[in-house]
Design a protein around this ligand. Structure first.
Ligand code: ATP
Ligand code: MG
Length: 299
């Protein structure tokens, strides 16, 4: 398990000011880690990831059998921060029957006929399931805040689109999440925090290696030009919507192994902390099972 002090540091404390600049995107999160050195930290992260993947598979089995809670995991990040890879690795050991991944790209014309939460509501996980959101309704206070002209296509009632407008969107999101939590959905939100330099390296890699070319799109560069605006939008959104019951974690994402082990650790720890139980077999059911067993033996 990862040192709880480190996890606490990555958590966006509810009601507290968030400064992303104070969050390191690398692996040296604490003095102790720095002293250990990168190779040792990396080796330990691998062990933690492997252990957590095994634990997560077990925890998911119990979540499914218990059938009361669902788990919603939200991933938000700048392009090339590693959302896809993190999801692929962290969920690699879980039973696909109990897990679904939803991607949210530019809204369709049908999506735009509805309120901004509608398309995500349709993809919420059933009880017993883990639902992963690769991007989410948070895009509505991130990309849409950075490019407010996107609001034009939403055909909202008239009104100013200033600070109060965005505050209300944060409030709507908080109310939505509160409703979900009260009804049995556990919510974890991860911001994969990559540095601008690392994003450049990864874009160059995508441009220079033919087998990675498909991962690059021209809009990646145009959005990179809005880096500072995005950081401001992330800071404001995470600060306003990190709550005790639906917290945000700022995940250092310059090293893929670090991001993956932290996400797996937080997720596993959370599911294990629920009071999950395998369904108890009643006396009457036990008798029926015994009858069935005898019937089979007598064949
Ligand atoms: P990848 O690049 O790994 O395939 P991606 O999630 O970046 O995955 P893209 O098709 O490149 O997928 O980008 C999706 C785009 O859709 C992003 O730029 C995102 O900001 C945008 N988007 C998502 N939700 C909304 C929204 N509600 N309104 C406007 N744009 C949105
Ligand atoms: Mg993209």
């Amino acid at each position: 398990m990862i040192n709880p002090d480190i996890l606490k540091q990555l958590l966006v404390a509810p009601g507290k000011k968030l400064r992303l600049k104070d969050h390191d995107t690398g692996w040296a999160q604490t003095k102790e880690l720095k002293e250990l050195g990168k190779d040792e930290v990396k080796a330990q992260a691998r062990v933690i990831l492997d252990q957590n993947l095994a634990d997560l598979a077990e925890a998911q089995d119990l979540l499914y059998a218990d059938d009361r809670y669902s788990v919603l995991v939200v991933f938000q990040a700048m392009d090339a921060a590693g959302k896809d890879g993190t999801i692929k690795h962290v969920m690699s050991g879980v039973n696909p029957q109990g897990c679904q991944v939803s991607n949210f790209k530019k809204p369709s014309s049908e999506d735009l006929e509805h309120d901004f939460l509608w398309r995500c509501t349709k993809c919420l996980p059933e009880r017993g399931h883990i639902g992963i959101f690769n991007r989410s309704y948070y895009e509505e206070v991130l990309v849409v805040k950075v490019h407010p002209e996107l609001l034009d296509s939403q055909r909202l009632p008239p009104g100013k689109r200033g600070k109060a407008f965005w505050t209300k969107r944060y409030e709507d999101i908080n109310s939505f999440e509160k409703h979900l939590v009260r009804n049995g959905t556990v919510i974890l939100k991860f911001f994969l925090h990559v540095s601008k330099e690392e994003q450049k390296r990864r874009f160059l890699d995508r441009l220079e290696r033919p087998e990675k070319n498909w991962k690059f799109s021209a809009s990646d560069l145009s959005e990179r030009a809005f880096w500072d605006e995005y950081m401001d939008a992330y800071e404001a959104a995470l600060e306003a919507t990190s709550t005790k019951s639906a917290p945000w974690y700022v995940i250092p994402a310059d090293n893929k192994w670090a991001a993956r082990s932290v996400v797996a650790d937080v997720l596993t720890t959370k599911i294990r902390s629920l009071d999950l139980q395998y369904p108890v077999v009643s006396e009457e059911q036990r008798k029926k099972l015994e009858e069935a067993r005898r019937g089979l033996m007598a064949e």
